[in-house]
Ligand binder design. Structure first.
Ligand SMILES: Nc1nc2c(ncn2[C@@H]2O[C@H](COP(=O)(O)OP(=O)(O)O)[C@@H](O)[C@H]2O)c(=O)[nH]1
Ligand SMILES: [Mg+2]
Length: 336
């Protein structure tokens, strides 16, 4: 498409920047999703945590005693990483430095190593099927960032020259269909829109059908927000799942659970049980920018037992990054 309404990331110019990347996979887009973009997006979390820890350790370093360890734990917990991971970091610092003086750089290194071990995941990009369209269903609670994340993924694949079909399966709200329609126009993606209040499974069916007919590469189906406790709505997700299977036995190939990082630990409780009920295969952690609760990616990875595949770094279509543990820990802590 000639018209490009998407704002360019400032990272585009920073090609000579050292990213510290050790990951083998490419970031989602060519630009804007490297270490500097994640650092910028996680500024609030980083700033709070690193200021706290710097104050705690001081320039000259600090003796590792019970008081220090308790304070360290408190600062870590403030990022919403949860008591488990914060406790593991505290204990590893205890084991390594007990009775000795610790410097900021030592502490950061130890924390980074511990988080890498806790998260224990490789990059997990969506892999496209070799034959026929890859069907992706997107689920989560209201307002978590589903539709925006779909637009970002669609944009990413469209820019790679892939043919994308969207299914506006949030038939609950007319505005939701309209929202996805606007994105589809901008991105140049095909879209199936259902009637307001109509069955979302029909939209999903028609979207997969269109993807097959037009030999599209990807079909992404949006769904209305819901809570795991709303059993009729959870049953609706199973129905959407089933109709996809009628056309492509393995579809949907991915079921992405979109969580809102700004909700911190609440994002976990809101979506608890969701991943099993909806057969989720991976997580998109949206809105990692604009929150000081970025540490929540750690318990999210643990709690759901699913890979954190992508992170949302802003409202624009380019603001999506492949989640990469080394980059994330670098953005969370910085010894400089
Ligand atoms: N800052 C920021 N805002 C986001 C991100 N993802 C979504 N949003 C915003 O969150 C709000 C809800 O997003 P939407 O995709 O409509 O959520 P849905 O109800 O789950 O489909 C919108 O205002 C989005 O612009 C993100 O990664 N960063
Ligand atoms: Mg939506």
């Amino acid at each position: 498409m000639a018209w490009n309404p998407f704002r360019k990331s400032a990272d585009a110019e920073q090609t000579s920047e050292t990213t510290g990347d050790t990951a083998s996979s490419e970031p989602v887009a060519d630009q804007g999703t490297g270490l500097s973009a994640i650092k910028r997006a996680m500024q609030k979390t980083w700033s709070m945590l690193n200021t706290d820890i710097r104050d705690l350790v001081g320039k000259e370093g600090r003796l590792v005693d019970d008081e220090f360890l308790a304070e360290l734990f408190g600062h870590l917990v403030k990022t919403d990483m949860g008591a488990g991971p914060a406790g593991e970091i505290r204990d590893s610092v205890h084991r390594k430095f007990r009775g000795r003086k610790v410097l900021m750089a030592d502490l950061v290194e130890e924390a980074q190593t511990t988080i890498r071990q806790i998260m224990d995941q490789d990059d997990s990009p969506i892999e496209l099927q070799e034959n026929g369209p890859t069907v992706i269903m997107v689920v989560g609670v209201n307002g978590s960032g589903k539709t925006t994340s779909i637009a970002k993924l669609a944009n990413h694949f469209a820019k790679q020259g892939k043919k994308v079909v969207l299914g506006a399966g949030d038939t609950f709200r007319a505005a939701a269909v309209e929202q996805l329609g606007i994105w589809a126009d901008r991105i140049g993606a095909d879209i199936i829109k259902g009637k307001q209040g109509g069955p979302p499974a029909t939209v999903a069916y028609q979207a997969v059908e269109r993807a097959l007919e037009t030999q599209a590469d990807i079909c992404i189906v949006d769904t209305a927000g819901r809570l795991q406790t709303q059993s009729h709505l959870m049953e609706e997700l199973s129905k959407i799942h089933r109709v996809c299977t009628k056309l492509i036995p393995e579809a949907p190939h991915e079921v992405l659970l979109v969580l809102d990082a700004t909700a911190g630990q609440n994002a976990i409780s809101q979506a608890r049980g969701f991943s099993e009920a909806a057969n989720c295969t991976g997580i998109v952690l949206a809105k990692l920018d604009g929150t000081a609760k970025g540490g929540v990616a750690i318990p999210i990875r643990k709690e759901f037992g699913l890979p954190v595949q992508y992170i949302g770094l802003g409202e624009g279509p380019e603001d999506l990054a492949l989640f990469n543990v080394p980059r994330f820990v670098e953005a969370l802590f910085d010894a400089q």
